[in-house]
Design a protein around this ligand. Structure first.
Ligand code: ATP
Length: 503
């Protein structure tokens, strides 16, 4: 809900996770910076994905392709011609919108109205109330449901036919107004390419027009043969990559969910033609298992299979996550056929084929793709972890229950007092732990306050050094989630924490 989302935003800033870009100049819209904790969380998510792909699978290797690519890449991939959003301006407010989003928002509002009616009725009728029945029979709800579904279907048909005049007519017919000003004075709808253009080269006449890559996938496709040959890879095999991508998104909202500069984690898996749909199912399952391994609640994920497929795909699904603003796409899994490799063969004049010794013939492999936004994953993890809890003895606490494996700081090392040799012992402990995990030292404030601060920071373990430590060579380890405390010998401390915070 909106309240939870607001808390996520302010907590992310207050605890050094995410800042608005160029904030002292009032920010740059849909661009964000990661702070001292954010950079660690982001790195740990990337690492968790990278290990799962390239270390746990013998048949997947990684690459790191450049952001700049030869401009023909984007001709071949279809991005120059087809990576567009339909734009519309309001003539009075001079504000710019995505025409499709205006229509989708209209549908969403009607869906909410329908749900409100149903909730009211449920209260009125009590226990025996059948919501589905009501949805299908109550005229008022049926009216809202019609307005919630019909326009999206019509929009899809219009976009498919590239009928932009039709999209404008639909906006007028639905009497959609500028959400800010209420004005219904719209311009025509036109296509807007999402790629950022730039130039390479010093002199004006030799400079070449380039694009900042809008996805990392193409860097994998153009390197397919390099990796296959030098890595002596046999089909099926995969290539993984993480890196920045850039899209000139028109609707900039929902924090780091939709940014103009963001990071992707993509894996292209090359298979024998005809086996792709089996692999599609396998990768769906593997990716969902990866998400579930973080323990953020199975009920927060769902598949959303695509009914309408992009021209290059023969199967596609999204893994959706329950963000504070509802279930939204977190990851895409696509069966991309041989579309990309064939297109690059055509445009480059080079063969991009695999010689299959068993079959004794060459073919262009088919491709399964798993594509997840690192920033979206960050938002999923962060918003899911920020929790308010009622405590047993009364009172409340706010705690950032990040999966320990992803937490920026694994342990806070806290001498009870700033004297009596306790800070020295703390420093010895840090010197031992710091080679295998990130730890923090704190000596200010009461232990209770320090615990509370590290709960808010997401630190899974607090290690307290007290006067007994000098006698028993042990420390108190407090668990962020259960708030229970255990006495652990210093010599066992490293393995105790390591076991709980590593992959
Ligand atoms: P959406 O429909 O939300 O715009 P998409 O279908 O265009 O996403 P893909 O092109 O399939 O997204 O990109 C793969 C993944 O990259 C998405 O699942 C998402 O996690 C991430 N992603 C895409 N666009 C953005 C963005 N502007 N900001 C942050 N992450 C993004």
């Amino acid at each position: 809900d909106q309240d939870q989302f607001k808390k996520v935003l302010s907590h992310a800033k207050e605890y050094g996770y995410v800042f608005q870009s160029s904030e002292i100049y009032d920010g740059l819209s849909a661009v964000y910076d990661y702070g001292q904790n954010g950079v660690e969380l982001k790195k740990n998510i990337r690492e968790y994905w990278w290990q799962a792909m390239t270390q746990l699978n013998q048949d997947i290797v990684g690459i790191d392709a450049a952001i700049f690519m030869h401009p023909t890449t984007w001709k071949a991939s279809g991005h120059v011609d087809a990576f567009n959003d339909p734009l519309i301006d309001n003539k009075d407010s001079k504000k710019r919108y995505r025409a499709d989003v205006l229509i989708e928002d209209y549908c969403e509002k009607n869906l909410q109205k329908a749900n409100k009616e149903i909730a009211k009725a449920a209260k009125r009728f009590g226990e025996d109330f059948d919501a589905d029945m009501y949805r299908q029979t109550n005229p008022r709800v049926m009216g809202y449901m019609k307005k919630a579904t019909e326009p999206t279907a019509r929009l899809a048909t219009l976009l498919e036919a590239e009928d932009l005049a039709g999209v404008k007519a639909l906006i007028e017919e639905l009497e959609i107004a500028d959400p800010d000003t209420g004005s219904k004075n719209w311009t025509d709808v036109r296509q807007f390419n999402l790629m950022f253009g730039t130039k390479i080269g010093a002199s004006a006449d030799t400079a070449t027009d380039l694009y900042l890559r809008p996805e990392t996938a193409q860097g994998i496709f153009v390197n397919f043969l390099n990796v296959q040959k030098t890595g002596r890879m046999k089909i099926p095999f995969g290539i993984a990559q993480t890196g920045k991508a850039f899209r000139n998104e028109i609707v900039a909202r929902q924090f780091i969910f939709r940014q103009r500069e963001f990071e992707q984690m993509e894996m292209q898996y090359f298979v024998k033609p005809g086996t792709e749909l089996e692999w599609f199912e396998i990768w769906k399952e593997r990716r969902m298992a990866w998400h579930n391994s973080l323990g953020m609640g199975q009920e927060n994920y769902r598949f959303h299979d695509h009914e309408k497929l992009a021209h290059y795909a023969n199967a596609a699904t999204d893994i959706e996550f329950d963000f504070p603003f509802g279930f939204k796409e977190l990851e895409g899994i696509h069966s991309r056929t041989d579309f990309d490799l064939k297109a690059h063969e055509e445009h480059s004049g080079k063969k991009l084929q695999f010689f299959d010794h068993e079959e004794n013939k060459s073919y262009v492999p088919y491709v399964l793709e798993t594509s997840i936004g690192l920033d979206r994953m960050f938002l999923a993890v962060f918003s899911n972890s920020l929790q308010e809890e009622k405590l047993d003895g009364g009172g409340e606490r706010t705690v950032l229950k990040l999966p320990a494996v992803l937490a920026p700081v694994k342990a806070a090392i806290l001498p009870l007092l700033k004297k009596d040799g306790l800070p020295e012992i703390a420093n010895e402990i840090i010197d031992e732990l710091k080679w295998s995990m990130k730890v923090a030292y704190e000596e200010k404030d009461s232990i209770g306050k320090r615990y509370a601060r590290h709960d808010l920071n997401g630190t899974p373990y607090c290690v307290t050094i007290d006067h007994d430590t000098k006698e028993d060579h042990a420390v108190t380890v407090r668990d962020r989630d259960t708030m229970t405390q255990e006495r652990i010998a210093i010599k066992d401390l490293k393995s105790y924490i390591e076991k709980r915070v590593s992959m």
